[in-house]
Design a protein around this ligand. Structure first.
Ligand code: 5FX
Length: 521
């Protein structure tokens, strides 16, 4: 009963989850609340409301508060030892924003432990439906915002990303333009992450630098809000955002509400919450030179960077475990669905045949290279299927086994090419950490290892964001480097080592430019 534990939360799109670890990083408790099924009164699908225009996507802010009530009540029912928790941290879906009404700070500071959080905070939001990352309704504002700072490349260089619809800056601008009264009645704007931290802290929690990098408002080098961006978005914004802080900052102790109602130790610390992607990077314990490749419906590529060169593709965030470093993230829409299409068209719908095709063809595919964007890709913005022979001539089709290797090599070459543009370079000892559905296929992982010239390890990701935050909580109170604090965590499994084949990444980049120029509608 006297052992120490650390608690990580994840306020993600479809659920709130909490996970506790002991001193040895063993998971000792896990609870989750699903929005659609556990909180049906909010009538969400997948945790969100897609509005009639199909572009606006929101989630009810109060649903998140209720979910926290439920998570903690469930832990109490299961006799979780709240007293053992030394520190808490957490993650939130990135980019989503919460608008606290004037007077809400006082409500947060004076919560009565007799009542639920949701009963006491139901009138605390000036906007009831929080815009979230799935929203794509602010294209015009994004273009205006970019022109104010000198164009998309200048915006990327300043804030780590060109202006994206889902990023918070354009979403706040939309609220100010459409609902100036609600904006002026707003005392504080939180991200989902800092909002969740505020509930636990019983006060407004600072936005951390890493999640703050997903707003198109933070100068990622100065680690302060950029005045030009703020002025463009809405008046008085600096005051409403508060000062951003390093992600490992101890914000304070849990509010007395939690020690009284759940028996948390009043000294239990709250470490700044961050975005779900930065939290996963922590959960994977990514180190200098490593990359994470998540091979799912959409593919994601994350890497540690020391000297980033942000581009109009991809995102650079301040690193969540080292405030002087950065991380980059590349998102690809054409992931497993494209791989499955080629499996169906060229391998009789069988992963075994797909693997045989990979085994029967050689790395670099005799110079044949394919680029497959079944749906409009975001990195880069293009659509269509493009096949090139060894002379860089476009050809209408490939033999089945060539096609299979081409889709896998093409997808991995794209990731390497874009990563290098953002400042990534392989270091001795660099590891590729693979996750997601396709990471079960060893033949696909072999190609990944060959293309990236690094050993590939497979990771269990089921809890990466939550686990990352429990680890961040420990790091926050212990100090030192994150790597030192988490070194004893069991390593991941080695799945593939690279054959010595040097891929021509520049050639890929050149052909991708050809493709982008002639992208089909
Ligand atoms: C990242 O930029 C995203 O928009 C998503 O991955 C959200 O963080 C999902 F929660």
């Amino acid at each position: 009963m006297n052992s120490k534990s650390y608690l990580g939360f994840d306020f993600s799109t479809q659920q709130v989850k909490a996970l506790a670890i002991d001193e040895n990083f063993q998971i000792i408790h896990e609870v989750s609340v699903q929005f659609d099924t556990d909180l049906p009164e909010f009538k969400t699908e997948g945790g969100v409301h897609v509005h009639e225009d199909k572009l606006t996507v929101t989630a009810p802010t109060l649903m998140w508060v209720k979910a926290l009530d439920m998570v903690l009540e469930n832990m109490k029912k299961e006799n979780f030892d709240f007293k053992s928790v030394v520190a808490i941290s957490g993650a939130g879906q990135q980019h989503g924003s919460v608008y606290w009404k004037k007077g809400s700070r006082s409500s947060l500071q004076n919560l009565s432990s007799e009542k639920s959080l949701s009963d006491q905070l139901c009138d605390s939001f000036s906007i009831h439906d929080s815009p979230i990352w799935m929203d794509s309704s602010t294209t015009d504002i994004c273009r205006e915002m970019e022109s104010v700072v000198g164009g998309p490349a200048a915006m990327a260089s300043l804030t780590g990303s060109r202006a994206y619809e889902r990023f918070t800056g354009s979403q706040i601008a939309k609220i100010y333009r459409n609902n100036a009264d609600a904006y002026s009645n707003t005392e504080r704007i939180s991200l989902v992450s800092s909002f969740a931290a505020s509930l636990l802290l019983g006060d407004y929690a600072a936005i951390d630098n890493s999640d703050g990098s997903g707003m198109n408002l933070l100068d990622i080098r100065k680690k302060d809000w950029d005045d030009k961006c703020l002025e463009f978005v809405a008046p008085g914004l600096r005051g409403k955002l508060g000062c951003p802080v390093p992600s490992a900052t101890v914000l304070g102790s849990v509010s007395s509400y939690f020690s009284e109602r759940y028996n948390f130790n009043p000294k239990c610390k709250v470490v700044a919450f961050t975005g779900d992607n930065p939290a996963s990077l922590a959960g994977f314990r990514l180190r200098h030179g490593d990359v994470i490749v998540s091979l799912g419906t959409s593919d994601t590529f994350m890497m540690w960077l020391d000297n980033p060169t942000p581009k109009t593709e991809g995102h650079v965030f301040v690193n969540p475990v080292d405030n002087d470093a950065y991380m980059a993230m590349l998102c690809y829409k054409n992931g497993s669905l494209t791989r499955e299409r080629i499996r169906d068209s060229s391998a009789n719908g069988s992963w075994e045949e797909f693997s045989s095709a990979l085994k029967s063809t050689k790395p670099k595919n005799c110079g044949n290279l394919g680029i497959y964007y079944d749906v409009q890709e975001i990195t880069p913005n293009a659509v269509g299927t493009f096949r090139f022979d060894e002379n860089n001539q476009q050809v209408p089709e490939f033999r089945a086994e060539i096609e299979v290797r081409a889709v896998i090599e093409g997808q991995f070459l794209a990731k390497r090419c874009h990563a290098e543009r953002l400042g990534y370079s392989l270091k001795p000892g660099s590891r590729v950490l693979a996750t997601g559905g396709a990471s079960n296929n060893e033949d696909i992982l072999q190609v990944l290892s060959d293309v990236l010239s690094a050993p590939v390890y497979v990771l269990d990701t089921s809890n990466s964001a939550c686990l990352g935050c429990a680890c961040r909580a420990k790091h926050g109170v212990i100090g030192g480097t994150f790597d030192e604090v988490t070194r004893s965590i069991t390593a991941c499994r080695l799945a593939a080592t690279p054959n010595n084949c040097t891929y021509d990444v520049d050639r890929y980049g050149t052909l991708e430019k050809v493709v982008t120029g002639c992208s089909q509608d």
